[in-house]
Design a binder for this molecule. Sequence first.
Ligand SMILES: CC(C)(COP(=O)(O)OP(=O)(O)OC[C@H]1O[C@@H](n2cnc3c(N)ncnc32)[C@H](O)[C@@H]1OP(=O)(O)O)[C@@H](O)C(=O)NCCC(=O)NCCS
Length: 195
Amino acid sequence: MQVFHTTDRLTLRRFTVADEDNLFELNSDPEVMRYLYGGKPTHREAVRTRIIPTFLGYYERFEGLGFWAAEETATGQFLGWFHFRPPLPDADSPPGWDEDGVAELGYRLRRSAWGKGYATEGSRALIAKGFTEFGVQRVVAETVADNWGSRRVLEKSGLIQVATLAGTAPDPAGGTENSAVIYELSRSGWEVLAR
Ligand SMILES: CC(C)(COP(=O)(O)OP(=O)(O)OC[C@H]1O[C@@H](n2cnc3c(N)ncnc32)[C@H](O)[C@@H]1OP(=O)(O)O)[C@@H](O)C(=O)NCCC(=O)NCCS
């Protein structure tokens, strides 16, 4: 196992091809996928041929940026993942997301792990590591406006909402609105918080 980082309760490690079942099961829970891809599960074939190769590709291309499997250290149980990676800008992305030194934060945890502070714990650790070890200058994140749990994690991790992109959330799952919200934290802002 290639451990990337440990926190009080989490072990963040590299993914391997052996994570196919973990990822397939994670993406098979409609509640986990509620704000992602319209709640649809992911075909096992796509996990094997697209998702895992994408995750592994980050380890080749970037140092300290990518997708990290999260395990509960006490039990070794797979909880889900965090990403902390160069953003993938598209037509709707805010300006500046393609700049050097920008890292996009994201997370997806199995339902049994929710509500224990794990997403916040992992996010804070990755943010601190990015700013102190990997030259990150700005952390950005995007979520569906209706995804209040995710928004709360971003806020507890120090990010501040900087924009709302009306009607642009990818694959809305029938929520009351399909706006996306954009959050950011600059290195200087984080340094103030970390004092
Ligand atoms: C979003 C997600 C990662 C949160 O994980 P988590 O480990 O439960 O998060 P934490 O326990 O660190 O914090 C969650 C916070 O959101 C709050 N919260 C959760 N659901 C909420 C809701 N519907 N409305 C308001 N607040 C909510 C919790 O009370 C908690 O805040 P608190 O500590 O102030 O009480 C998890 O629910 C998940 O994986 N969801 C599915 C995938 C997903 O939507 N990922 C984000 C895509 S952008």
